[in-house]
Design a binder for this molecule. Structure first.
Ligand code: SAH
Ligand code: SF4
Length: 382
Protein backbone atom coordinates (compact mmCIF):
# COMPACT_ATOMS: atom_id res chain seq x y z
CA UNK A 1 0.00 0.00 0.00
CA UNK A 2 1.37 3.47 -0.87
CA UNK A 3 1.99 5.79 2.07
CA UNK A 4 -0.40 8.39 0.61
CA UNK A 5 0.94 11.41 2.51
CA UNK A 6 -1.30 14.43 3.01
CA UNK A 7 1.08 16.56 0.95
CA UNK A 8 4.11 15.85 -1.23
CA UNK A 9 6.19 18.54 0.49
CA UNK A 10 5.74 16.73 3.81
CA UNK A 11 8.14 14.05 2.59
CA UNK A 12 11.90 13.95 3.01
CA UNK A 13 13.93 12.83 -0.01
CA UNK A 14 14.10 9.29 1.36
CA UNK A 15 10.38 9.23 2.10
CA UNK A 16 9.45 10.47 -1.37
CA UNK A 17 11.65 7.76 -2.89
CA UNK A 18 9.84 5.18 -0.78
CA UNK A 19 6.46 6.62 -1.60
CA UNK A 20 7.01 6.51 -5.35
CA UNK A 21 8.43 3.00 -5.16
CA UNK A 22 5.46 1.87 -3.11
CA UNK A 23 3.30 2.99 -6.04
CA UNK A 24 5.18 0.52 -8.21
CA UNK A 25 7.11 3.23 -10.05
CA UNK A 26 10.85 3.25 -10.79
CA UNK A 27 13.02 5.13 -8.28
CA UNK A 28 14.02 7.94 -10.65
CA UNK A 29 10.42 9.17 -10.77
CA UNK A 30 10.80 10.57 -7.25
CA UNK A 31 13.71 12.71 -8.38
CA UNK A 32 11.67 13.93 -11.36
CA UNK A 33 8.81 14.81 -9.04
CA UNK A 34 11.06 16.72 -6.66
CA UNK A 35 12.50 18.66 -9.57
CA UNK A 36 9.00 19.69 -10.64
CA UNK A 37 8.03 20.73 -7.13
CA UNK A 38 11.18 22.45 -5.82
CA UNK A 39 12.94 23.67 -8.97
CA UNK A 40 10.21 24.18 -11.55
CA UNK A 41 7.80 25.28 -8.81
CA UNK A 42 4.91 23.39 -10.41
CA UNK A 43 1.41 24.42 -9.40
CA UNK A 44 -0.20 21.14 -10.39
CA UNK A 45 0.66 17.58 -11.36
CA UNK A 46 -0.68 18.34 -14.86
CA UNK A 47 2.43 20.35 -15.60
CA UNK A 48 4.70 17.36 -15.01
CA UNK A 49 4.59 16.28 -18.61
CA UNK A 50 7.51 13.84 -18.41
CA UNK A 51 5.58 11.70 -15.91
CA UNK A 52 3.07 9.12 -17.20
CA UNK A 53 -0.49 10.43 -17.24
CA UNK A 54 -1.76 7.59 -15.06
CA UNK A 55 0.80 8.42 -12.38
CA UNK A 56 -0.06 12.11 -12.47
CA UNK A 57 -3.74 11.32 -12.10
CA UNK A 58 -3.07 9.00 -9.20
CA UNK A 59 -0.85 11.53 -7.45
CA UNK A 60 -3.45 14.24 -7.90
CA UNK A 61 -6.01 12.01 -6.21
CA UNK A 62 -3.81 10.83 -3.36
CA UNK A 63 -1.32 13.57 -2.56
CA UNK A 64 -1.90 17.27 -2.18
CA UNK A 65 0.74 19.42 -3.88
CA UNK A 66 0.18 22.52 -1.73
CA UNK A 67 -0.94 22.97 1.84
CA UNK A 68 -1.53 26.73 1.88
CA UNK A 69 -4.17 29.03 0.53
CA UNK A 70 -3.18 32.71 0.35
CA UNK A 71 -5.98 34.62 2.07
CA UNK A 72 -4.74 38.20 2.12
CA UNK A 73 -1.80 40.14 0.71
CA UNK A 74 -0.44 43.51 1.74
CA UNK A 75 2.34 45.41 -0.01
CA UNK A 76 4.38 48.01 1.86
CA UNK A 77 5.88 51.19 0.48
CA UNK A 78 9.34 49.63 0.78
CA UNK A 79 8.18 46.72 -1.42
CA UNK A 80 7.72 44.24 1.45
CA UNK A 81 5.01 41.76 0.56
CA UNK A 82 3.20 40.18 3.46
CA UNK A 83 0.86 37.26 2.97
CA UNK A 84 -1.59 35.66 5.31
CA UNK A 85 -2.06 31.97 4.52
CA UNK A 86 -4.94 29.74 5.44
CA UNK A 87 -3.93 26.19 6.36
CA UNK A 88 -6.02 23.12 5.54
CA UNK A 89 -7.63 23.17 9.00
CA UNK A 90 -8.58 26.85 8.70
CA UNK A 91 -5.80 28.18 10.95
CA UNK A 92 -3.84 31.15 9.63
CA UNK A 93 -0.14 32.11 9.53
CA UNK A 94 1.81 34.97 8.03
CA UNK A 95 4.95 35.13 5.94
CA UNK A 96 6.74 37.97 4.18
CA UNK A 97 9.02 38.71 1.27
CA UNK A 98 11.48 41.54 1.86
CA UNK A 99 13.66 43.18 -0.76
CA UNK A 100 17.02 44.53 0.34
CA UNK A 101 19.20 46.71 -1.86
CA UNK A 102 16.70 46.76 -4.71
CA UNK A 103 17.88 50.21 -5.72
CA UNK A 104 21.43 48.91 -6.01
CA UNK A 105 20.49 45.96 -8.23
CA UNK A 106 18.48 43.77 -5.86
CA UNK A 107 21.07 42.14 -3.65
CA UNK A 108 18.71 40.05 -1.55
CA UNK A 109 15.19 38.68 -1.59
CA UNK A 110 14.52 37.39 1.89
CA UNK A 111 11.54 35.25 2.79
CA UNK A 112 10.46 35.32 6.43
CA UNK A 113 8.44 32.23 7.35
CA UNK A 114 6.33 31.06 10.27
CA UNK A 115 6.97 27.80 12.06
CA UNK A 116 3.94 27.68 14.36
CA UNK A 117 0.36 28.96 14.27
CA UNK A 118 0.59 31.33 17.24
CA UNK A 119 3.27 31.09 19.92
CA UNK A 120 3.37 29.72 23.44
CA UNK A 121 6.03 32.09 24.76
CA UNK A 122 3.80 35.12 25.15
CA UNK A 123 6.22 38.05 24.85
CA UNK A 124 3.98 40.99 25.80
CA UNK A 125 5.17 43.25 22.94
CA UNK A 126 4.54 40.66 20.23
CA UNK A 127 1.26 40.39 18.36
CA UNK A 128 1.80 36.63 17.91
CA UNK A 129 2.59 36.17 21.59
CA UNK A 130 -0.77 37.71 22.44
CA UNK A 131 -2.57 35.13 20.33
CA UNK A 132 -1.39 32.02 22.20
CA UNK A 133 -0.31 28.77 20.55
CA UNK A 134 -2.60 26.86 18.23
CA UNK A 135 -0.29 24.24 16.79
CA UNK A 136 3.04 23.41 15.23
CA UNK A 137 3.33 23.71 11.47
CA UNK A 138 4.31 20.62 9.50
CA UNK A 139 7.48 20.53 7.34
CA UNK A 140 5.34 20.93 4.21
CA UNK A 141 3.54 23.96 5.61
CA UNK A 142 6.89 25.60 6.33
CA UNK A 143 8.34 24.75 2.90
CA UNK A 144 5.20 25.81 1.03
CA UNK A 145 5.53 29.38 2.35
CA UNK A 146 8.92 29.60 0.64
CA UNK A 147 7.64 28.02 -2.58
CA UNK A 148 4.79 30.53 -2.69
CA UNK A 149 7.18 33.49 -2.71
CA UNK A 150 9.57 31.72 -5.07
CA UNK A 151 6.67 31.48 -7.52
CA UNK A 152 5.78 35.09 -6.91
CA UNK A 153 9.34 36.16 -7.72
CA UNK A 154 9.33 34.04 -10.86
CA UNK A 155 6.17 35.81 -12.02
CA UNK A 156 7.72 39.16 -11.22
CA UNK A 157 10.81 38.25 -13.15
CA UNK A 158 8.69 37.19 -16.16
CA UNK A 159 7.04 40.60 -16.03
CA UNK A 160 10.54 42.10 -16.25
CA UNK A 161 10.38 43.62 -12.77
CA UNK A 162 13.66 42.13 -11.66
CA UNK A 163 15.73 43.16 -14.67
CA UNK A 164 19.39 43.57 -13.75
CA UNK A 165 18.78 41.74 -10.50
CA UNK A 166 21.77 39.69 -9.34
CA UNK A 167 19.64 36.96 -7.77
CA UNK A 168 17.66 36.52 -10.99
CA UNK A 169 14.30 36.98 -9.30
CA UNK A 170 14.91 34.08 -6.91
CA UNK A 171 14.69 33.70 -3.15
CA UNK A 172 18.19 34.46 -1.84
CA UNK A 173 17.64 34.12 1.92
CA UNK A 174 15.21 32.45 4.29
CA UNK A 175 14.71 33.61 7.86
CA UNK A 176 12.66 31.62 10.35
CA UNK A 177 11.41 34.74 12.07
CA UNK A 178 7.70 34.71 11.37
CA UNK A 179 5.08 33.50 13.80
CA UNK A 180 6.07 31.02 16.47
CA UNK A 181 9.21 29.74 18.13
CA UNK A 182 11.13 27.65 15.56
CA UNK A 183 13.16 25.75 18.15
CA UNK A 184 9.98 24.54 19.86
CA UNK A 185 9.07 22.88 16.56
CA UNK A 186 12.49 21.43 15.80
CA UNK A 187 11.15 18.11 14.48
CA UNK A 188 9.33 19.85 11.63
CA UNK A 189 11.78 22.73 11.22
CA UNK A 190 14.77 20.52 10.56
CA UNK A 191 13.35 18.33 7.75
CA UNK A 192 12.02 21.54 6.16
CA UNK A 193 15.50 23.10 6.30
CA UNK A 194 17.07 19.96 4.86
CA UNK A 195 14.68 19.97 1.93
CA UNK A 196 15.10 23.69 1.34
CA UNK A 197 18.86 23.15 1.35
CA UNK A 198 19.11 19.89 -0.59
CA UNK A 199 20.33 20.13 -4.21
CA UNK A 200 17.61 17.56 -4.82
CA UNK A 201 15.09 19.93 -3.24
CA UNK A 202 14.98 23.75 -3.25
CA UNK A 203 18.78 24.04 -3.24
CA UNK A 204 19.39 27.12 -1.11
CA UNK A 205 22.68 27.28 0.83
CA UNK A 206 22.31 26.70 4.58
CA UNK A 207 24.39 29.82 5.15
CA UNK A 208 21.58 31.81 3.58
CA UNK A 209 19.14 30.67 6.26
CA UNK A 210 18.75 32.06 9.78
CA UNK A 211 16.75 30.66 12.69
CA UNK A 212 15.54 33.23 15.21
CA UNK A 213 14.89 32.02 18.74
CA UNK A 214 13.70 33.47 22.02
CA UNK A 215 16.35 31.24 23.64
CA UNK A 216 15.40 27.56 23.91
CA UNK A 217 18.75 26.53 25.40
CA UNK A 218 18.70 22.73 24.84
CA UNK A 219 17.70 23.22 21.22
CA UNK A 220 20.42 25.83 20.64
CA UNK A 221 22.82 23.13 21.80
CA UNK A 222 21.25 20.64 19.43
CA UNK A 223 21.53 23.12 16.56
CA UNK A 224 25.22 23.67 17.37
CA UNK A 225 25.84 19.99 16.66
CA UNK A 226 24.09 19.91 13.27
CA UNK A 227 26.21 19.58 10.14
CA UNK A 228 24.31 22.21 8.17
CA UNK A 229 25.68 25.69 8.79
CA UNK A 230 22.38 27.47 9.41
CA UNK A 231 22.66 30.91 11.05
CA UNK A 232 21.37 31.66 14.53
CA UNK A 233 19.74 34.84 15.81
CA UNK A 234 18.81 35.13 19.48
CA UNK A 235 16.09 37.58 20.52
CA UNK A 236 17.69 39.15 23.58
CA UNK A 237 15.87 42.46 24.25
CA UNK A 238 17.27 42.77 27.80
CA UNK A 239 20.60 42.25 29.52
CA UNK A 240 19.34 41.46 33.03
CA UNK A 241 17.14 38.58 34.12
CA UNK A 242 14.55 40.73 35.88
CA UNK A 243 13.66 42.67 32.76
CA UNK A 244 14.08 39.73 30.40
CA UNK A 245 11.75 37.60 32.56
CA UNK A 246 9.12 40.17 31.75
CA UNK A 247 9.90 40.81 28.08
CA UNK A 248 10.65 37.22 27.06
CA UNK A 249 8.92 34.96 29.61
CA UNK A 250 10.95 31.95 28.40
CA UNK A 251 13.82 33.55 30.32
CA UNK A 252 12.28 32.23 33.55
CA UNK A 253 13.04 28.74 32.28
CA UNK A 254 16.36 29.48 30.58
CA UNK A 255 17.94 32.51 32.28
CA UNK A 256 20.61 34.68 30.69
CA UNK A 257 23.57 32.82 32.21
CA UNK A 258 22.45 29.57 30.55
CA UNK A 259 21.55 31.33 27.31
CA UNK A 260 24.91 33.07 27.00
CA UNK A 261 26.69 29.83 27.77
CA UNK A 262 24.74 28.09 24.98
CA UNK A 263 25.73 30.94 22.65
CA UNK A 264 29.39 30.44 23.54
CA UNK A 265 28.97 26.77 22.76
CA UNK A 266 27.44 27.70 19.38
CA UNK A 267 30.51 29.87 18.63
CA UNK A 268 32.87 27.06 19.54
CA UNK A 269 31.05 24.13 17.95
CA UNK A 270 30.22 25.84 14.64
CA UNK A 271 33.04 28.36 14.40
CA UNK A 272 30.34 30.87 13.44
CA UNK A 273 29.26 34.10 14.97
CA UNK A 274 25.64 34.62 15.92
CA UNK A 275 23.29 37.60 15.93
CA UNK A 276 21.41 39.10 18.80
CA UNK A 277 18.17 40.93 18.14
CA UNK A 278 17.57 43.76 20.57
CA UNK A 279 14.26 45.58 20.11
CA UNK A 280 14.38 49.06 21.60
CA UNK A 281 11.34 49.95 23.69
CA UNK A 282 10.88 53.50 24.87
CA UNK A 283 11.72 53.90 28.57
CA UNK A 284 12.06 50.12 29.09
CA UNK A 285 15.40 48.88 27.76
CA UNK A 286 16.85 51.92 26.00
CA UNK A 287 19.03 53.71 28.57
CA UNK A 288 22.77 54.28 28.26
CA UNK A 289 23.29 52.14 31.38
CA UNK A 290 21.41 49.30 29.68
CA UNK A 291 23.59 49.69 26.59
CA UNK A 292 26.66 49.34 28.81
CA UNK A 293 25.22 46.25 30.48
CA UNK A 294 24.47 44.76 27.06
CA UNK A 295 28.02 45.36 25.86
CA UNK A 296 29.31 43.66 29.02
CA UNK A 297 26.95 40.70 28.60
CA UNK A 298 28.09 39.85 25.07
CA UNK A 299 31.76 40.52 25.71
CA UNK A 300 33.88 37.63 24.50
CA UNK A 301 31.20 36.26 22.19
CA UNK A 302 31.59 36.24 18.42
CA UNK A 303 28.40 38.11 17.69
CA UNK A 304 26.61 40.94 16.00
CA UNK A 305 23.83 42.97 17.56
CA UNK A 306 20.86 44.12 15.50
CA UNK A 307 19.11 47.06 17.13
CA UNK A 308 15.49 47.25 16.06
CA UNK A 309 13.22 50.13 17.06
CA UNK A 310 9.92 48.54 18.24
CA UNK A 311 7.04 48.24 15.81
CA UNK A 312 3.83 49.88 16.85
CA UNK A 313 1.37 47.33 18.16
CA UNK A 314 -1.96 47.68 19.93
CA UNK A 315 -0.23 47.92 23.33
CA UNK A 316 0.92 51.50 24.08
CA UNK A 317 3.42 50.22 26.70
CA UNK A 318 5.79 49.15 23.93
CA UNK A 319 6.70 52.08 21.71
CA UNK A 320 9.91 52.87 19.82
CA UNK A 321 12.18 55.40 21.58
CA UNK A 322 12.85 58.82 20.04
CA UNK A 323 15.59 58.85 17.39
CA UNK A 324 18.18 60.55 19.60
CA UNK A 325 17.76 57.82 22.27
CA UNK A 326 18.18 55.11 19.66
CA UNK A 327 21.34 56.74 18.31
CA UNK A 328 22.78 57.22 21.82
CA UNK A 329 22.21 53.52 22.57
CA UNK A 330 23.88 52.50 19.32
CA UNK A 331 26.76 54.85 19.96
CA UNK A 332 27.36 53.41 23.43
CA UNK A 333 27.65 49.92 21.96
CA UNK A 334 30.05 51.15 19.31
CA UNK A 335 32.17 52.77 21.99
CA UNK A 336 32.28 49.37 23.70
CA UNK A 337 33.58 47.84 20.41
CA UNK A 338 30.44 45.77 19.86
CA UNK A 339 29.47 44.95 16.23
CA UNK A 340 26.14 46.66 15.89
CA UNK A 341 23.69 47.54 13.14
CA UNK A 342 20.65 49.72 13.49
CA UNK A 343 17.87 48.08 11.49
CA UNK A 344 15.19 50.11 9.85
CA UNK A 345 11.92 48.26 10.35
CA UNK A 346 10.47 46.73 7.17
CA UNK A 347 6.90 47.05 6.02
CA UNK A 348 5.87 49.30 8.93
CA UNK A 349 2.87 50.53 6.99
CA UNK A 350 1.51 47.01 6.48
CA UNK A 351 1.74 45.58 9.98
CA UNK A 352 4.79 43.59 8.99
CA UNK A 353 5.79 42.94 12.62
CA UNK A 354 5.52 39.36 13.79
CA UNK A 355 1.86 38.32 13.90
CA UNK A 356 0.53 41.81 13.35
CA UNK A 357 -1.15 41.20 10.02
CA UNK A 358 -2.90 38.16 11.37
CA UNK A 359 -4.15 39.86 14.50
CA UNK A 360 -5.47 42.73 12.40
CA UNK A 361 -7.11 40.22 10.05
CA UNK A 362 -8.80 38.39 12.90
CA UNK A 363 -9.82 41.63 14.59
CA UNK A 364 -11.21 43.31 11.54
CA UNK A 365 -12.60 40.44 9.57
CA UNK A 366 -13.71 37.88 12.10
CA UNK A 367 -12.61 34.49 10.81
CA UNK A 368 -11.66 35.41 7.31
CA UNK A 369 -14.83 37.02 6.01
CA UNK A 370 -14.44 40.40 4.39
CA UNK A 371 -11.28 42.43 3.90
CA UNK A 372 -9.28 44.98 5.75
CA UNK A 373 -9.12 48.31 3.89
CA UNK A 374 -5.32 48.17 3.68
CA UNK A 375 -5.16 44.78 2.05
CA UNK A 376 -5.57 43.71 -1.51
CA UNK A 377 -6.70 40.38 -2.84
CA UNK A 378 -3.86 38.07 -3.72
CA UNK A 379 -2.45 37.31 -7.06
CA UNK A 380 -3.01 33.59 -7.10
CA UNK A 381 0.39 31.97 -7.26
CA UNK A 382 -0.18 29.11 -4.87
N1 SAH B 1 10.03 33.37 18.27
C1 SAH B 1 11.23 33.72 17.63
C2 SAH B 1 11.07 34.02 16.16
C3 SAH B 1 9.84 34.76 15.75
S1 SAH B 1 9.67 36.38 16.40
C4 SAH B 1 11.89 34.89 18.34
O1 SAH B 1 11.29 35.48 19.21
O2 SAH B 1 13.04 35.15 17.99
C5 SAH B 1 10.68 37.23 15.24
C6 SAH B 1 11.19 38.56 15.69
O3 SAH B 1 10.12 39.53 15.71
C7 SAH B 1 11.78 38.52 17.10
O4 SAH B 1 13.08 39.07 17.15
C8 SAH B 1 10.76 39.34 17.85
O5 SAH B 1 11.32 39.85 19.00
C9 SAH B 1 10.32 40.36 16.80
N2 SAH B 1 9.14 41.14 17.19
C10 SAH B 1 8.01 40.72 17.75
N3 SAH B 1 7.20 41.76 18.05
C11 SAH B 1 7.84 42.88 17.68
C12 SAH B 1 7.55 44.27 17.76
N4 SAH B 1 6.41 44.72 18.29
N5 SAH B 1 8.45 45.15 17.28
C13 SAH B 1 9.63 44.72 16.73
N6 SAH B 1 9.96 43.43 16.63
C14 SAH B 1 9.09 42.50 17.11
FE1 SF4 C 1 6.85 34.04 20.34
FE2 SF4 C 1 8.95 35.26 19.20
FE3 SF4 C 1 6.60 36.53 19.49
FE4 SF4 C 1 8.06 36.01 21.65
S1 SF4 C 1 8.64 37.35 19.93
S2 SF4 C 1 5.86 35.67 21.45
S3 SF4 C 1 8.93 34.06 21.10
S4 SF4 C 1 6.98 34.76 18.23
Amino acid sequence: MPLAPAGFTELTCAQSNQFVESMGEPGYRAKQLRKWVYQNLALSYDEMTDLPLALRQRLAKETRLHSLEPAQNATGQDGTLKTLFKLADGKTVEAALMYYGREGGGERRTVCVSTQAGCAIGCPFCATGQQGIERNLTPGEIIDQVLYFARYLREESKEGKSAGDKTGGRVSNIVFMGMGEPLLNYDALWPAIEMLNSPDGFGLGARNMVISTAGVVPQIKRLSREKLQVGLAVSLHASDNKLRDRLVPLNRKYPLEELIQACQEYNIMTGRRLSFEYILFNGINDSVAQALALAALVQGLKCHINLIPANFTADPTFRPPPRRVILAFENELKQGHVNVTLREPRGQDIDAGCGQLRSRFLRETGLGTGKSPRMEKVKNVS
